[in-house]
Design a protein around this ligand. Structure first.
Ligand code: FAD
Length: 470
């Protein structure tokens, strides 16, 4: 559609899971809406970063029964899996207790199929959005990388995850064949010799995925994973209890009080024979109420001191991935270190790394064949790294939130402009609204928030219709 312009009531910029979920629920809420456009360079709508993963060992990290496009039908994805025999080719996805953890790509296929079923009501503009231009008569013109444009009354930003930002010392490795900056590049991992020595920078979910990939590819060499605290993401409990505790009634006003309440609740759960998992599940479910009760300074304190601990308890790894990690720990070929990178030297046949142990302060030097970046998406840099957001900020239409978690939005999910006023027709869906919403990363939370945004967009459309009629 080079050079052409299409006009739609609503344009969604970014067609990962968040953009897909907003479109899906908006088209349901407004059956008379004939067209919604999604601007997305990937070939299919709904996959985004997480569910484009080509590697079969990259699995969903919550059971399929908790991942649905439609919370009213929580088993929708699981039923879809079973009905189509999608797991026949991957028996390892099935756990003995009935839970299913298929590859993330399979979840992507389920969402993409649901989006394709919307037919002509959903227009996929296969391009990147470059700039959002406000029009004098209202609405926006979105300029796209294919030379075309989209005119829309309402815009939803759903661009989410930024690429990882490697720690500064790794810049010395630019161009080195053993430097793997994109942890999802399975071909780069496949090119490593089975006995190669690997350093993974990061010890969270991305690290777990990389170890599972290497293990599947037959790699048996030594892997060392480093992060400031060396914390490992936890697995799922053997038995699943209902969420436990209450953090939303009279929520804590300080981080210290929150920690005290969580610890006391974990103790109370333990006394009833329940694991910490169900308490943390409740903290996640009530995350928005908890976050909103904390003043800005306390939110900053929480991010500074608690986030690494929260991340490893809240984001659980799939049992199959956990088993791969456990195998490697038992074989002595995987070590987690709480350490910082002091120096990195690219050499002819390998890479020399100097690490400083966090606890002892002692430094040690090791040679490795490959360094893989697993620090996760660098959300603090989205305004620098995503040209669309850079353009929105330059035009005064959006700004980073004060804690640099993403985009500054009001309680209705509307982006604040540089003038501090929320724009009634520019919404943000997905994890980049976390600064206001609080916990907003896992699929159940992202779905519920997308439904809220779809409702806000539908209400704004109705206001526009009323203005026209008047
Ligand atoms: C690796 C990974 C694995 C995860 N696994 C799970 C899991 O198993 N279970 C779970 O509950 N949660 C999981 N999550 C969390 C959650 O599901 C995701 O955060 C969620 O899918 C967010 O999707 P999104 O659409 O907001 O973001 P993204 O997936 O980042 O999608 C954004 C889309 O915007 C597009 N885009 C970017 N810039 C532009 C532009 N200028 N113009 C047009 N398009 C643009 C990108 O191409 C991309 O497709 C995972 C997250 C990650 C990162």
């Amino acid at each position: 559609m080079s050079g052409a312009e299409i006009a739609v009531p609503v344009a969604i910029l970014g067609g990962g899971f968040s953009g897909a979920a907003v479109a899906f629920h908006l088209l349901r809420l407004r059956p008379e809406l004939d067209r919604v456009a999604i601007v997305e360079p990937r070939g299919e709508i709904g996959r985004g970063l997480a569910y484009s993963a080509a590697d079969p060992s990259h699995r969903i990290n919550v059971p399929a029964s908790r991942m649905s496009l439609d919370p009213q039908q929580p088993d929708q994805f699981n039923d879809w899996l079973e009905a189509l025999g999608r797991l026949d080719a991957d028996p390892a996805a099935r756990m003995a207790d009935g839970r299913n953890f298929p590859a993330r790509a399979v979840f992507g296929a389920y969402v993409a199929e649901a989006m394709a079923a919307q037919g002509a009501r959903l227009v996929h503009v296969r391009a990147r959005a470059l700039r959002v231009e406000p029009l004098p008569a209202g609405g926006y013109r979105i300029h796209t990388s294919d030379g075309g444009s989209v005119r829309a009354q309402i815009v939803v930003l759903a661009v989410a995850h930024a690429p990882p930002s490697p720690p500064a010392p790794l810049q010395a490795l630019a161009g080195h064949p053993g430097f793997i900056a994109d942890p999802w590049a399975t071909e780069a991992l496949a090119a490593l010799a089975p006995d190669s020595r690997v350093l993974i920078v990061g010890t969270g979910l991305s690290m777990a995925d990389i170890v599972a990939s290497l293990d599947r590819l037959g790699h048996r060499g030594e892997i060392v994973a480093v992060s400031r605290r060396g914390l490992r993401s936890r697995g799922h409990p053997a038995t699943v209890d209902d969420p436990y505790g209450d953090f939303a009634t009279d929520p804590a006003r300080t981080t210290r009080e929150l920690v005290r309440r969580v610890r006391a609740t974990v103790r109370a759960a333990g006394a009833e024979g329940k694991s910490w998992h169900c308490v943390l599940d409740q903290v996640r479910l009530q995350g928005s109420a908890i976050w909103q009760a904390l003043p800005l300074g306390e939110r900053a304190r929480l991010l500074r001191h608690l986030r690494p601990f929260w991340d490893v308890h809240r984001f659980r790894i799939a049992p199959q991935v956990e088993a791969a990690l456990d195998r490697r720990f038992a074989a002595g070929t995987l070590t987690l270190r709480a350490a910082s990178l002091r120096a990195v030297e690219a050499r002819e046949g390998d890479i020399r790394i100097r690490l400083r142990d966090r606890r002892s302060g002692a430094e040690d030097v090791r040679e490795v064949d490959a360094v893989v970046v697993a620090t996760g998406p660098a959300h603090g840099r989205v305004f620098a790294d995503n040209p669309l957001l850079a353009a929105l900020a330059a035009d005064g239409l959006a700004r980073p939130d004060p804690l640099r978690l993403g985009i500054d939005v009001d309680r209705q999910g509307r982006a604040f402009g540089a003038d501090g006023r929320a724009r009634p027709d520019l919404f943000v869906a997905g994890p980049l609204a976390r600064g206001t919403v609080g916990e907003l990363m896992g699929l159940p939370d992202v779905t519920n928030y997308a439904i809220r945004i779809a409702g806000e967009v539908a209400a704004q459309l109705a206001r526009g219709d009323a203005d026209h009629a008047a």
